[in-house]
Structures are given as C-alpha cells and as structure tokens.
Design a protein. Structure first.
Length: 289
C-alpha cells in the first residue's frame, strides 16, 4: 500500500473522529454536571440524523444549515425531559435511572422505526462526491465540512462554559451542588439547561454525521456505546478529553479498516478502551477521583 493511502485514511479517521468527539462531548457535559448517564444518547444523535435527512429531502436544506433548528428543537426537548422527569430521579439509585433512560431510548428508536422504516437513508448533498486534493491525499468534502462544523461547535461550547454567566453557574453546580444551592443558584433549572445543551450538541453531531454515512434507526445503540467508549478513553467529564478520544477512535477505526479488516473496527475500539483503562483508568485527560 502506498504512503498516500495511509495518509488519506489517517486524515479521514481524524475528520470523522472530530464528529465522534462532538457527539461524546454532549454525553460528557451531561455526566460532568448532572451525574446522570444518558443511555438514550445515541438515539438522540440518530434523531438528529433523521431530522437532517428529512429537511434535506423535503426542502433541500443542507445538513450544515439544518443543524441550527435541529439543535434548538433538541435543546427544548432535553430541557423539558430533564425538568419534567429526570430531575425527579437525580437522587434515586443508579439502576432506576438506567431503566428510565433505557426505556426512553427504546421509545425513540422504535418510533424512528415506525416513521422511517428500517432502510438506510442519505442526505444526497450536491458536494457529496467532491473532494479536496492535497498532493496525493484525497479528502472528502463532506468529512472536511463535518469536522469543521464539529470544531466550531466545540469551541463555542468551551467559550460558553468558560466565559458566560450561565456556563460559570453550571460549572459551579458541577463542582459543588450543595454550595451552589446555598448561594442561591437554581440547581435543578441549571441541570435542565445542561441536559438541553447536551441534547443540542449531540443533535448537531447527528446532522454532521448524516453527511458522512447513511442513516438507519439501528445505528442508535451503536452510537450510544461508541460515545461511552470515547468518554471513558478521554476522561469522564472532560470536554477536551471527549474530543481527543473521538479522534483516537476515528483513527483506530480507519486504520483497522485497511490494516486488518473493515469488520474489525469495533474490536480495535474495545482494545483501545481496555489499554487506556489499564494504563490510565481515569482517562487520558480525566482527573483522579
């Protein structure tokens, strides 16, 4: 195999991994603040993917543009879900939270099956078969645009938590829930905002991923598991770790596809997870408990 093939595969893995990282970042934000593991995360991502397909098919809206209204809708849905239902389970045992969110995941994926059927669908954008050429390296425009969008959203998310008053208040709740409540912060309201933000982020990641792959309802559990792997590799609660973990998983999957076998991609991801847990249990950018 030529060096350009390896370089192209590595580049594609990095670009796809950035979108993976954005999806995992939504999961990391929710867990880092609310301490709630969202087992319906992949279902929300696939919901965003189908929304992008629907808008592209019906009105010809590019998924890069449909990401904004999809994010707004999923933010509202996540806010209402956390405010009206999940907040009641914050102090309950973990297994009750797991059952609740697993039930929500099953409702979402089966609803998608009933509405869209089991067949794969795609966005079919005008630049779907176009590419950028850097020497002998070929980069798909869809992956480049999706990765660029992921970086922009990740930077905006970081700026929100770092500089905005609401973001600082959310970080205070994550650091010390009791202390935040004592100084007058509406902790449960901030939890709802956080879950809404996490839902919006994964919805945007779904829109971006719809540029790269065909969409099927059956993808939802795969992306939930993939996001868990990325978050654990990068470090629980670390947004930067989620992005780094996504890139590592994307690269490992891409290289496994040409060095071993395309069907072995998941095996390599699990191997990377086990290696990280053995060497650095808190994740690459995670903090020790």
């Amino acid at each position: 195999m030529s060096l350009s093939l390896y370089a192209g595969t590595l580049s594609s893995g990095i670009l796809t991994g950035l979108v993976y990282g954005l999806a995992a970042m939504g999961l990391s934000v929710i867990f880092g603040v609310v301490r709630l593991v969202n087992f319906a995360h992949g279902e929300m991502m696939v919901l965003g993917m189908f929304a992008a397909v629907l808008l592209a098919t019906a009105w010809g809206i590019d998924p890069l543009l449909s990401a904004l209204p999809v994010a707004a809708v999923l933010f509202a849905a996540g806010y209402v879900l956390q405010r009206g239902l999940l907040n009641r389970f914050i102090d309950r045992p973990d297994h009750q939270q797991f059952i609740l969110l697993l039930g929500i995941a099953m409702i979402l994926v089966n609803s998608l099956m009933m509405v869209f059927g089991p067949d794969a669908r795609s966005t079919n954008v005008a630049y779907g078969f176009d590419a950028f050429f850097i020497g002998d390296i070929t980069l798909d425009k869809t992956r480049v645009y999706a990765a660029t969008g992921a970086l922009i959203v990740a930077a905006a998310l970081y700026a929100f938590f770092r500089f905005s008053r609401t973001g600082i208040a959310i970080r205070a709740c994550a650091d010390n829930q009791l202390g935040a409540a004592v100084v007058g912060l509406n902790v449960k309201g901030l939890y709802a905002i956080t879950f809404g933000i996490g839902s919006a982020v994964v919805g945007i990641a779904g829109c971006l991923m719809s540029l790269v792959i065909d969409v099927r309802p059956q993808l939802a559990p795969e992306y939930t598991l993939l996001s868990f792997i990325i978050v654990i590799v990068g470090g629980l609660g670390s947004m930067g770790g989620a992005l780094l973990g996504g890139v590592l998983i994307g690269v490992s999957e891409a290289l496994a596809g040409i060095l071993i076998d395309p069907s072995s991609k998941q095996m390599v991801s699990y191997a990377l997870l086990i290696l990280v847990l053995l060497v650095r249990p808190q994740g690459l950018l995670g903090k020790r408990a």
